[in-house]
Ligand binder design. Structure first.
Ligand SMILES: [Zn+2]
Length: 216
């Protein structure tokens, strides 16, 4: 995972880095969102996300704040920022941990200790996993996944996290770790079947997905 994706922190206390839903780098400055507009040898220019606003933030190549130009013609939404940071944090954990999505979701919401306004902006766990799933390129690469989605859709929503974990787990592992991670995912799926968290159809879909990946 690259640094920009991984870390929402920066030297400047008011400047945060993140990734847009489309995977483009963004910054958040004083609760306003900016997207990168231009990069030169020494500077990056970030323009306010709001159309027709035109406020610019200049940073150096390393993302250190230089200055801000202009005044926003709209108000900021700190709740939106809180939720954005929360979602990024959840995504980050989902990709590196084997903890269930539902648990990660619940834990991060508790940790965030958010305001009432922000609470209304938080996606439900189902919306959240749905968005994750469709933002993943893997779902287009694996025809198996569509069978799995159809099966999952007819099941209890709490089981949706299994699909996401499988998808997250199928991101290209380092060669040397390939077999280890396959084994781990295999054990997880098997365990979930034994614990009756997934049914036989889901087990077989999961396994075909895992095996399909292993053959690549
Ligand atoms: Zn603006």
């Amino acid at each position: 995972m690259d640094l920009e994706n991984n870390s929402m922190k920066n030297q400047h206390s008011d400047l945060l880095f993140g990734t847009s839903n489309k995977g483009k780098p963004i910054i958040i400055y004083e609760s306003y969102f900016f997207k990168c507009n231009k990069t030169t040898e020494s500077k990056k220019y970030w323009v306010c996300n709001e159309k027709a606003c035109g406020v610019y933030v200049h940073t150096n190549i390393n993302g250190e704040f230089i200055c801000i130009k202009g005044d926003h013609n709209h108000s900021s939404n700190p709740d939106e920022v809180t939720v954005k940071l929360l979602r990024d944090k959840m995504k980050e954990r989902i990709l590196v941990e084997t903890t269930s999505i539902t648990k990660i979701y619940d834990e991060e919401i508790v940790k965030a200790n958010i305001s009432k306004g922000a609470t209304a902006l938080i996606p439900t766990v189902v919306e959240f996993t749905h968005n994750l799933r469709f933002s993943s390129r893997l779902s287009k690469k694996h025809p198996n996944i569509w069978c799995f989605i159809q099966l999952i859709q007819s099941e209890h929503v709490r089981f949706e996290h299994i699909l996401i974990q499988l998808e997250a787990g199928t991101s290209p592992p380092k060669q040397s770790k390939k077999n280890i991670s396959f084994q781990k995912r295999f054990e997880t799926v098997k365990e979930r079947f034994v614990q009756q968290q997934i049914n036989a159809n889901e087990l077989s879909s999961s396994l075909s997905l895992l095996i399909g990946k292993k053959k690549q």
